[in-house]
Design a protein around this ligand. Structure first.
Ligand SMILES: [Fe+2]
Length: 345
């Protein structure tokens, strides 16, 4: 027996789906290519199956492996939906012709315009911010903007990951879109000149390096810090009190955000089910599970975020960069060239 609150959520969802699609009981299956693997996902998928009668068949692997696999399978691909992270990666899948446009009033109403492809080739279903962390004991005048990270006063203080990483590429792509290539190159050069060590490791490693004192300032996505607040992350949990967070560019362009998102596969054998699934992901109850799985921000307004994320987010929220995320893909190649030109590893 489900708790009353969850039952209420389920019935709300059923009501939301029925009028849009005509019938509660759909049949058939949905082949989901997903790079997700979170505990709350079981509930995310089983709720959909119960509501619609559609059976989800999951193929889970790394994002790049899934994209290659879809390319290799071509017109015979069984994939109906691809779920992955970062608009830059969704751009790559779309650029390879692996996704198709979807027209849905539900999706257009519920997913903010900046967080979806202009033609509906992909949609964001949760949001992460790329923010600045610093050691409270060592930094009295922390950077307030991404641009500040290139200020010589932070020389030898900053840790960031490699330019081959999609998060670093997408961040630079956003700077290109907002300020142009020349300013973006100056920024990349300045960031490189301020590094405490060669770019290396993942986002958690940047945070660990602040905790251990190897650097004073680091760039990381929000959920890596939230993970340390809510669970147990080696080298970080227990030391988070000394680390403060800055949501950059609050007085200018807003903080750089990115998404976890999904699109309907170009050759989806079950296209109707695929669209139904994307609409489901935008429902209040699915938003909660989808975002909580990785301590991300729901994209639908009014859906609560997980408590570790609440703890680190300014009360009343933060101003996000409203640049359409498709710009990240469009400026991807230019971003990679800039990192190469300035010798950022
Ligand atoms: Fe990540």
């Amino acid at each position: 027996m489900l708790p009353a609150r969850l039952l209420a959520l389920s019935s709300t969802l059923a009501m939301a789906i029925v009028p849009l699609n005509g019938a509660l009981a759909q049949s058939g299956e949905l082949n989901l290519y997903s790079s997700r693997h979170y505990d709350t996902d079981e509930r995310l998928y089983s709720d959909f199956e119960e509501q619609t009668g559609i059976k989800i068949k999951r193929i889970e692997d790394g994002a790049d492996v899934l994209i290659e696999r879809m390319s290799a399978e071509g017109a015979n691909s069984p994939a109906d939906v691809l779920i992955t992270v970062d608009a830059g990666r969704l751009f790559k899948a779309d650029d390879a012709g692996l996704l198709q446009p979807v027209s849905s009033d539900t999706l257009n109403e519920r997913v903010p315009e900046a967080l979806r492809h202009p033609d509906g080739n992909w949609y964001g279903f949760s949001k992460r911010a790329r923010v600045i962390f610093y050691d409270k004991n060592d930094v009295s005048d922390p950077p307030a903007t991404y641009q500040d990270l290139a200020d010589p006063k932070y020389k030898g203080m900053i840790c960031a990951r490699s330019s081959s990483n999609i998060y670093m590429i997408s961040l630079l792509a956003s700077i290109i879109a907002n300020e142009g290539e020349e300013a973006a190159q100056k920024w990349a050069q300045g960031l490189k000149d301020n590094l405490a060590r060669d770019p290396q490791g993942g986002d958690t490693d940047q945070l660990r390096a602040v905790a251990s004192g190897e650097c004073d300032i680091a760039l990381s996505n929000t959920y890596y810090f939230a993970r340390a607040l809510g669970g147990s992350v080696d080298g970080l949990t227990g030391q988070t009190d000394d680390i403060a967070v800055v949501f950059p560019n609050q007085d200018t362009t807003g903080t750089h955000v990115n998404i976890s998102g999904a699109g309907v596969a170009a050759n989806a054998p079950n296209k109707e089910n695929a669209i139904l699934f994307l609409e489901y992901l935008a429902s209040d109850s699915a938003q909660k599970y989808f975002a909580e799985g990785n301590n991300e921000y729901p994209v639908v307004e009014g859906v609560a975020m997980a408590s570790p994320l609440t703890e680190m987010t300014p009360e009343g929220g933060f101003k996000a960069d409203e640049l359409n995320l498709s710009a990240l893909g469009e400026n991807q190649a230019a971003a990679v060239q800039i990192y190469d030109r300035v010798g950022y590893k």
